[in-house]
Ligand binder design. Structure first.
Ligand code: PLP
Length: 354
């Protein structure tokens, strides 16, 4: 599908950039001057536009807010030392958006619409891309149904948007995770592989219970037996047992993380032994108990790599080796950050200059 219409641009009259303290950026609270929008009407994408960032008007009968017909993506842009804006693997996020959309009965967003919307928006707001090491521009594309109809059926109208948020260094303090064996994030045949809004609303309560016990996040297990580890709330999970990198194989209850894929590709390139397969809780807890579990970490766009400090299981906490000893996770973190910032070679062609 070709996007014939060009993107209409309405610039803000009052940039807010001078009010932003780029040395102290919180996560997900500050948005840039503009946002991208496009409407799906009568079977076609129309009215693509970049407008000043601000509230939008929707009908109270919008199905997205009643039935969760809404999906999203998350990716990052960074500024290279020479001032270029580099976006990490945006085409993969575009493809995944459409995988999610198909599951929730949404029309595909054409690649040109996604990419041209993104590059137009980013070039307008390029001064918002933080320069400091570790800081980045978090990019949030999302798509939601926009009918005015509270019957339950797939919508006919949709809105696609992109908003941008400068974020500070995610000083990934090591996380304490709890293996969840009662609640379920995603079931076989369900929507776990889609970045669908409803998945996250449903995960809040079990996560809150774990936080009340002093953990940061859950390690979800499969919905059927609760014997196999799946992933964390917004991150895939990986383990280094002896010298092998082990991660749960993708399935319809696991989100196919782009960070996960990037870590696996680098590990294989470095000649590390990699296993994507079912990973049982018993196996990991036994490895933790015998000292063979050398590393465990979450992999996702926000933190890139989040070291796991301890794993709670059945009322007992298992501590993992000191962060400084985590050779693989530290190396892959440095490599990925370097590729994203353009300070290390990009052998897989992951970077798009915008
Ligand atoms: C977004 C997400 C991830 C990580 O995906 P990335 O593409 O690496 O950011 C992992 N699990 C879930 C449930 C997610 O929503």
């Amino acid at each position: 599908m070709v996007v014939t219409e060009s993107i209409r641009i309405e610039r803000t009259k009052h940039s807010r950039i001078s009010q932003v303290d780029f040395a102290n950026l919180p996560f997900g609270k500050i948005y840039t001057d503009h946002m991208f929008m496009a409407d799906y009407r009568d079977g076609e994408w129309k009215n693509s536009r970049v407008v000043p960032y601000g509230h939008i008007s929707i009908s109270p009968a919008t199905p997205a807010i009643h039935y969760g017909q809404a999906i999203f993506e998350g990716m990052k842009a960074m500024k290279s030392p020479t001032g270029d804006v580099l976006v990490f693997r945006p085409a993969d996020n575009w493809m995944r958006l459409n995988v999610s959309g198909e599951r929730i009965c949404m029309p595909p967003v054409p690649e040109e619409l996604f990419m041209e919307g993104l590059s137009t928006l980013i070039s307008l707001d390029q001064n918002w891309v933080p320069k400091d090491e570790g800081s980045s521009l978090y990019i949030r594309p999302f798509l939601f149904s926009a009918d005015e109809y509270i019957g339950i059926r797939p919508s006919e109208n949709f809105t696609f948007m992109i908003i941008l948020s400068p974020v500070g260094p995610y000083y990934s303090t090591p996380v304490k995770v709890k293996i969840e064996t009662q609640f379920t994030r995603a079931a076989e045949g369900g929507t776990g592989y889609a970045k669908a809004g409803g998945n996250y609303g449903a995960a809040l309560y079990p996560a809150k219970l774990a936080q009340d016990e002093g953990y940061h996040q859950l390690l979800w297990t499969d919905g059927k037996t609760h014997q196999y580890i799946e992933e964390s709330g917004t991150m895939n999970v990986m383990f280094v047992v002896d010298d092998t990198l082990i991660t749960p194989a993708l399935s319809d209850s696991i989100l196919a993380g782009i960070t996960r894929d990037s870590v696996l590709k680098l590990a294989r390139k470095w000649g590390m032994r990699v296993e994507e397969r079912k990973v049982s809780v018993t196996e990991i807890m036994e490895a933790a108990g015998s000292g063979r579990l050398r590393e465990a970490f979450g992999a996702g766009t926000a933190a890139t790599i989040a070291h796991i400090e301890l794993i709670g299981f059945e009322g007992k906490d298992y501590y993992l080796p000191a962060i400084a000893e985590r050779k693989f996770a530290n190396r892959v973190y440095e490599e990925l950050e370097g590729i994203k910032r353009g300070t290390r070679p990009d052998p897989f062609g992951w970077i798009t200059k915008m």
